[in-house]
Design a protein around this ligand. Sequence first.
Ligand SMILES: Cc1cc2nc3c(=O)[nH]c(=O)nc-3n(C[C@H](O)[C@H](O)[C@H](O)COP(=O)(O)O)c2cc1C
Length: 175
Amino acid sequence: MPLKTTILISHPNLDNSIFNNYLADIHKKNELFCVHSLDKNRINGYFDIEKETTILRQSKAIVWQFPIYWYNSPASLRDWQDQVLSPIVYSADNFVKNLPVMVVFTAGAAEEHYSHEGLNRYTAEEMLRPFEMTANAAGMIWKKPLGFYGCSGTPDEKTLARMASVYEKRLMELT
Ligand SMILES: Cc1cc2nc3c(=O)[nH]c(=O)nc-3n(C[C@H](O)[C@H](O)[C@H](O)COP(=O)(O)O)c2cc1C
């Protein structure tokens, strides 16, 4: 079976999400991609480690996709890192070594707020440091994150089409 780019989506309410749901749908039927909801696969707080590990083993690149919640990812991605990634990284067979990983995030705030002069006082790159440090510690290849800002309310078709085109391009470039 050919390896896929796996999009791990961390969103506690994906079915009611506008932006991440829209992005997730783009590659759902593309056999080069595996779109995988972390929240829907975390039962009572726990992942099926064997199932998650198998998905990872079938991946040639990973996307950590999520809405920014309190300047972080939702909890399921942190749980995935603790429960799924940790045992792999600390095993004798760290097969995620050299696996490209890219964060795709949606943020409610406008891009200018993610700057030293802006309301949030830090850049998105700075906000994402724990993810970058985790990727580095795991031996993964950290790719420049892709952020979509001002993700609130109901977007028009043009905005969604623009998002889709950037998203598709960056995901195709990942491997
Ligand atoms: C609990 C919660 C915390 C949030 N925290 C932030 C935040 O820290 N920064 C930000 O820009 N947006 C924040 N937002 C806005 C979300 O990022 C935004 O609603 C989401 O990206 C929209 O994507 P979706 O339609 O897929 O849910 C927050 C939203 C919620 C519900």
